[in-house]
Design a protein around this ligand. Structure first.
Ligand code: F58
Length: 794
């Protein structure tokens, strides 16, 4: 938004909205569009954030609090308006305002485009953390990239995923403040020179990083932090001499190159293309953030040794891991500290979160590329590598190996704490990828099991259940989610059980109406069974669809049988270059086509796959879900956070012992969780069994028949890759886990047939999920990693 509001905000929200409409947007209420109303409302609410925001900043300066900096390539924020209105307690006033004018507040809120500045769990976690840090009063900044285009928009054409660019900034963005004066020069390439015993880097090219700030208001509006996103601009707007010579394209060349850096979010690609640009993006936002952090530090302190006491920098995965070498470079080359001092101070500030053990997802950059783009950093990495090898001559960990810089080990050695995101994942980190580094640095790896913010994922997304809970136990649970435990006795209370079931039924009816508009007619009384997440082989959406096929076949054999009518819902995007995942998407859509129009079974089984899964769609789906599919191959899903949102909203999990499923099951109780499949250890052993997939298929006629139907073209053609994979190498053990998955699914059906007992289990899931609040997670980071204290505005 370019224009600052001209008038002081009115005390009264209605007046403030009308003022913003008139003076902020220049619109007359008689002619205002839905978007005008949404923007006027957003600006009026934004005005109410500014004072607590300033007060938070002043308090942090006054108390010289330690600041936390969360560096992340991704912030999957979704919509901001409702979050802000809910946290400020303004929702009733907002609804009343639009009611009075015959407008639908929900529709106005839904007019906001999602800020889709992330791919999946990692980006959404960063967004939940921002909200929790504000809710707890932890002085913090999020730092990332202001992508002009977020995650691609997905549609389906004959079942195939089609990607289109996303364009969230095409409308005015009401939440941010452009900071034209906060701009840093970020260099690339060039050469390194020795001058009077000092090393200097002379970049060959440079771009400018300009700051855009979005305030993030916490629960009850008591504290607000800042999300600062960087946008890339050219140093020189355009080449005037070329322009004057008529070379218009050439004149704009530099500008286009510079702006490309913050143009698009990387869609989690499996290919090597564009890697150079990705490394540029990583350095661009990391370097800009470090300049900013040091500028703020310098304004308060003049002793660099205080840095670890005053500054905590969290690296969200290895994407900002160049922060280690960059901070060492600044401290040593520019600020004159010894190399050893610089390393020690940098390590005191930095900590690194790992989100994956999948070898193909661990970042590495060729030495050639690194040396070309960041020659001084490459030297520093070489020196770190040599120092590490010198200190541990009998060990084999190298930061540089086979011509690549390994960002995991680099992040590990430049951080004082390294954390995994679930108990199982953190243990596996110690046993696998970081086994040797863990032996060398015992105690550096800690666990911080992920969490989700209850404000968005309960209070706003599920108003019916939230109201019911508040009526029963008061509203303290919103800021202290463990209070949900007080619901436990109510699982035995017939009135509460009935009210709970009614709320779920109403959420299902809402979703059924929405899906109906999207093209899939569904029965709100069917069992709503949901799998929503990125499409990936390890997440095994193909295991789910194979079972759906087998179930459909059995239903067709016996349409009068005692089946539980089921709606299978899928949602998720595949990386554009990930062809196997795209085949899975097409298979699901093709199965949906066949199954949904089958007159024998369409009253028993439907498949829905709404396109363009995003945060806002998740907010619709999760409150209506009854079954949560968490079926990854054990040992592969670092944590999961969707799994927590489902349990919190009263869905029962069918899942493997993977990621945080393990902790969910421990907390909600084994009897309220449908477990199946091999453990992480069994998975490793099973892969050694010659012909494991064939053995499994031969032993299970249902699986064999489902695969046969696919092979024979029941769902169209082109699925040979999937069939060959799960009957051949089957690295993710779809076939080997199928039989047990079927068993657990039928046990789940049986449980669903007893609505009271089912609802009781659902209530216990809610009552025992309080631990999965991201407030708990952030407290853990503050205590075990950041050594940061919460502050409050006096
Ligand atoms: C996810 N990682 C994990 N990565 O898969 C999930 O288990 C975990 O709950 C979540 O992080 C939060 O800890 C993830 O989302 C990405 O999206 C990468 C983004 C950059 C490119 C490679 C994938």
């Amino acid at each position: 938004m370019q224009e600052a509001p001209v008038h002081l905000p009115s005390e009264n929200l209605s007046d403030a909205i009308l003022q913003q409409l008139k003076y902020g947007l220049g619109k007359d209420a008689a002619h205002a569009t839905r978007t005008d109303w949404r923007l006027a409302l957003s600006l009026a609410i934004r005005d109410r954030i500014v004072d607590p925001w300033f007060a938070s900043t002043r308090t942090t300066y006054a108390k010289q609090g330690k600041r936390v900096y969360y560096l992340s390539m991704e912030f999957l924020i979704g919509r901001l308006l409702e979050d802000a209105a809910v946290n400020l307690g303004l929702m009733d006033e907002v609804t009343a305002f639009f009611d009075e004018r015959g407008l639908d507040a929900k529709a106005v809120i839904a007019d906001e485009p999602d800020a889709a500045l992330g791919n999946g769990g990692l980006g959404r976690l960063a967004a939940c953390f921002l909200e929790s840090m504000s809710s707890l009063g932890c002085p913090a900044h999020g730092y990332g990239i202001r992508y002009e285009h977020g995650l691609f928009r997905q549609s389906f054409d004959d079942g195939r995923q089609v990607e289109a660019p996303e364009d969230w900034l095409s409308e005015p963005h009401a939440w941010e403040f452009e900071r034209a004066e906060v701009e840093y020069r970020i260099g690339f390439g060039g050469h390194v020179a020795e001058e009077n015993g000092q090393t200097r880097w002379y970049p060959g090219e440079a771009v400018l990083a300009r700051a855009y700030d979005t305030p993030v208001i916490g629960w009850k509006g008591a504290w607000a932090n800042t999300l600062r996103l960087w946008s890339a601009r050219p140093e020189q707007i355009f080449d005037l001499s070329r322009f004057n010579a008529g070379d218009y394209y050439g004149a704009a060349h530099q500008e286009a190159l510079a702006r490309t850096i913050s143009r698009v979010l990387y869609p989690d690609d499996t290919t090597d293309e564009g890697k150079r640009l990705r490394l540029k993006q990583e350095y661009f936002f990391t370097a800009a953030s470090l300049h900013d952090i040091l500028r703020r530090f310098d304004s308060e302190y003049d002793d660099l040794s205080l840095l670890p006491e005053k500054v905590a920098i969290q690296l969200n995965d290895t994407h900002p891991a160049i922060a280690g070498p960059e901070l060492i470079r600044i401290l040593h080359d520019e600020r004159g500290l010894s190399f050893e001092q610089a390393v020690e101070i940098a390590r005191g500030c930095l900590a690194y979160t790992n989100h994956t053990l999948l070898p193909e997802a661990l970042e590495r950059w060729s030495v050639g590329l690194m040396a070309h783009l960041l020659p001084r950093h490459m030297q520093i990495i070489e020196r770190m590598d040599a120092l590490h090898a010198e200190a541990h001559p009998d060990r084999h960990v190298r930061l540089i190996d086979h011509g690549d810089v390994h960002m995991g080990p680099l992040a590990f050695t430049t951080a004082h704490r390294v954390n995994g995101v679930s108990a199982l994942h953190s243990e596996l980190m110690k046993d696998t990828v970081f086994a040797e580094l863990n032996r060398l640095h015992p105690g550096r790896i800690v666990n911080q099991t992920n969490g989700v913010t209850p404000r968005r994922w309960m209070l706003s997304a599920n108003p019916r259940l939230s109201a019911l809970i508040t009526e029963a136990i008061g509203d303290g649970w919103v800021g202290d989610l463990e209070q949900l435990q007080q619901l436990e006795p109510l699982a035995e209370d017939a009135g509460f059980v009935e009210a709970f079931a009614k709320a779920k039924r109403a959420n299902k009816a809402d979703l059924a109406a929405y899906l109906g508009k999207e093209g899939t007619g569904v029965d709100p009384d069917a069992m709503f069974d949901v799998q929503i997440k990125r499409i990936h082989e390890y997440k095994r959406q193909h295991l789910n669809i194979l079972q759906t096929i087998a179930l459909w076949q059995e239903m067709k054999d016996d349409p009068k049988g005692d089946w539980v009518p089921t709606l299978k819902i899928f949602g998720g995007k595949a990386a554009p270059g990930y062809f196997f995942a795209k085949d899975i998407i097409r298979l699901i859509n093709k199965v949906a086509e066949v199954v949904n129009r089958d007159p024998d079974t369409r009253h028993l089984l439907r498949v829905a796959y709404p396109a363009n899964y995003n945060v806002s769609l998740a907010e619709r789906l999760i409150p209506a879900a009854e079954v949560s599919q968490q079926i990854s191959t054990a040992g592969k899903e670092a944590s999961g956070t969707g799994n927590m949102k489902f349990a919190l909203n009263g869905a029962l999990t069918i899942g493997t012992l993977d990621g945080a499923n393990v902790e969910i099951r421990e907390l909600v109780g084994a009897e309220n969780f449908f477990l199946f499949g091999m453990t992480a250890e069994e998975v490793v052993a099973r892969r050694q069994v010659e012909g494991h997939a064939w053995q499994a298929i031969s032993a299970d006629p249902r699986l064999a028949r489902a695969l046969e139907a696919i092979r024979h073209g029941t769902f169209g053609h082109g699925f040979g890759g999937i069939v060959d994979n799960v009957s051949g190498p089957d690295y993710f053990l779809v076939s080997s886990d199928f039989t047990d998955y079927w068993r657990a699914s039928r046990e789940l059906d049986a449980a669903y047939r007893d609505p009271k007992a089912w609802t009781r289990k659902a209530i216990l899931n809610v009552a025992r999920s309080g631990w999965f609040s991201s407030d708990r997670t952030i407290r853990g980071y503050m205590a075990d990693i950041w050594d940061a204290k919460a502050l409050s505005v006096d």
